[in-house]
Design a protein around this ligand. Structure first.
Ligand code: HEM
Length: 564
């Protein structure tokens, strides 16, 4: 007779007594599966040579080379990149993440003629989660052209002057009165978040309109909300949140890449919904005012609206709801993209000046020739010492230590010797190591020497036309050594290059100049005598928190002295 109960009991006893063996077997099966998966992926690295697909030779790439720590600690990134060579492949789900760094090693590993310079970064790769392809290209070139407009830089500088006078100088004076060390990072984080938010939304710079009180209250609400939102936390449907959190752990800046419908996801945990609503209300008001009375704002909002209206088919005078949404998303993207590198770079320049009194003196002497009450873009463009100091700080402390990650479309990322990276390769360029490349910047590449920029003019990487680019890509691959100009690209290059690079250089210099002409910045207590070279060498003082820009880990502590 078939006794089910006894069979079940026997089964349970069997499972109990053999549980350990079953777990072990399961583990072994999983391990074999994993090894096969990895091996399968390695085999599937197919490159294209002379239009024929062939498996890439195994020695061409190093697998699982960078540790996760390298993506958040610049000092670890430098060390690992130096020991591993140029092409590090990190497995990220099904696709490898490639980090290009040292062209010397790439010469050995991949070919004898590869240079990780800004021309080579000009590939036609697509962003992973960002809008990509033609949509991205259109939005990108729109921003590039809008940012050429001098009135836009001028209005940003107006906001900067107003903010320096109302909060920053009083904060500096307070630190002087207290004879206390001041941490520069939080000061400039608030400054840039405030300045960019008012400029992006096209609000008045000084609050001197007829209903001044109401306007000031409104501006305060907006900047409060923006400060609250500056530390991004996404709320996503559970499945996506899990995927996103994992990606975020591995790929820097991925949290800033917009997912479809991201404005809805940007609703915050921890009571940030209120802040989000304040900004959304501003967006709504912007569209309402235009629709009801044709009123347009200043700042970026106004310029972007003008450009979008100009592109409408004849006879159409208003944007559709979807087009307004696009406009808001672009404003949102610029807010994030602009504020964080600015609040990384500005305190770092001042901190390095505190540790380099000779350079500070030189810059102050240059500045003392400017007699105007307010420093303008024209002034700072003709201050060579300040320009060289800024460019050198950007080289050794680039706010983005790696580019955003992007995915290569099939065969579009060309390597030397006609090799192509396979489709869906995640590519991240290690700007930190590239900007310290000894072939390009000489044996003293890791030393802080602003003078290396003397007599050189920075050409924004957005200035290249596609035709010039593809021609130059071909030429670059033939070059035998990377040159200074093409390897210097802290704003990245190609279709994802920073569209705001000239504005960024202008406003950062105006900000630093206004401070240095009033105050002397001195090394903080206990840090006297530490030379600027020691600060930037090993990068131990800095970190790139998940999804964040490069920051001094102790917030750039300095002492401030008022100049006579
Ligand atoms: C020192 C300051 C800045 C630095 C170092 C910087 C650097 C960068 C870099 C490296 C990228 C591209 C990353 C990649 O290739 O994946 C980027 C993108 C971008 N930047 Fe900047 N940036 C700065 C300031 C600004 C400012 C002031 C604005 C706006 C006014 C701005 C707007 C943008 C935008 C909109 C993008 C996204 C471009 C796209 O994906 O098409 N940035 N920035």
């Amino acid at each position: 007779m078939f006794d089910i109960a006894s069979l079940v009991t026997k089964g349970v006893t069997y499972v109990k007594t053999n549980l350990l063996a079953l777990v072990l077997m399961g583990g072994i099966v999983l391990f074999i599966w994993w090894k096969q998966l990895i091996a399968g992926q390695a085999d599937s690295i197919v490159c294209v040579k002379d239009d024929k697909k062939t498996p890439a030779p195994a020695q061409q790439v190093t697998l699982a080379a960078l540790t996760r720590r390298a993506l958040v600690s610049p000092s670890v990134l430098l060390k690992e990149a130096a020991s591993l060579g140029t092409y590090h492949v990190k497995w990220l789900f099904a696709a490898p993440l490639v980090v290009a760094s040292d062209p010397n090693t790439v010469n050995v590993v991949l070919s004898d003629k590869f240079i990780a310079n800004r021309v080579v970064v000009n590939h036609t790769a697509k962003g992973v989660m960002a809008t990509n392809g033609e949509t991205h290209a259109k939005q990108h070139s729109l921003l590039v052209s809008i940012f050429q407009d001098p009135s836009l830089t001028a209005s940003l500088i107006d906001h900067l002057h107003a903010r320096l006078a109302s909060e920053t100088f009083p904060e500096f004076n307070e630190a002087i009165a207290q004879k206390d060390t001041l941490d520069l990072c939080p000061v400039f984080e608030e400054l840039w978040v405030d300045v960019i938010s008012l400029w992006v939304l096209g609000l008045d710079a000084t609050g001197t309109v007829a209903n001044a009180k109401e306007e000031i209250e409104r501006r305060e609400k907006v900047v409060e909300a923006r400060r609250c939102l500056a530390n991004l936390t996404f709320v996503l449907p559970t499945g996506i949140a899990w995927y996103f959190d994992i990606i975020r752990n591995y790929v820097q800046y991925s949290e800033y890449l917009m997912l479809p419908g991201s404005r809805d996801y940007l609703v915050r945990r921890n009571g940030k919904t209120k802040a989000r609503n304040i900004i959304n209300f501003e967006y709504g008001t912007m569209a309402k005012e235009f629709r009801e009375s044709g009123k347009k704002r200043g700042g970026l909002a106004g310029k972007l609206l003008d450009a979008k209206l100009a592109a409408l088919p004849e006879g159409q005078t208003d944007l559709s709801d979807a087009e307004w949404e696009d406009l808001f998303e672009q404003l949102e993207a610029v807010q994030t993209a602009a504020q964080s590198p600015l609040y990384s770079l500005t305190p770092h320049i001042l901190y390095l000046l505190a540790h380099s009194p000779t350079h500070q003196k030189q810059i102050y002497q240059e500045l003392s020739k400017v007699t105007a009450k307010q420093i303008t873009k024209t002034h700072v463009q003709s201050l060579p010492s300040l320009t060289s100091f800024t460019l050198e700080t950007l080289r050794l402390l680039p706010p983005f230590v790696t580019t955003y990650n992007r995915v290569s479309p099939e065969n579009a990322y060309r390597l030397p010797g006609q090799w192509m990276l396979p489709k869906s390769t995640h590519i991240v360029v290690d700007l930190l190591s590239t900007l310290r490349n000894t072939t390009a910047f000489g044996e003293g590449a890791s030393a802080f020497q602003p003078e290396r920029f003397n007599g050189r003019k920075y050409t924004p990487t957005t200035a290249e036309t596609p035709a010039e680019t593809s021609h130059r890509v071909k030429d670059a691959l033939k070059l035998s050594a990377p040159v200074f100009e093409t390897t210097y690209y802290p704003f990245s290059a190609g279709p994802f290059a920073c569209p705001g690079q000239q504005i960024a250089l202008d406003v950062v210099k105006v900000c630093v100049a206004e401070i240095v002409r009033r105050y002397e910045v001195v090394a903080g207590k206990g840090r006297e005598g530490v030379d600027v070279g020691a600060v930037v060498k090993g990068m131990e003082e800095f970190g790139s928190e998940q999804g964040g820009v490069l920051r001094h880990l102790e917030g750039c502590p300095v002492l401030i002295k008022k100049r006579k």
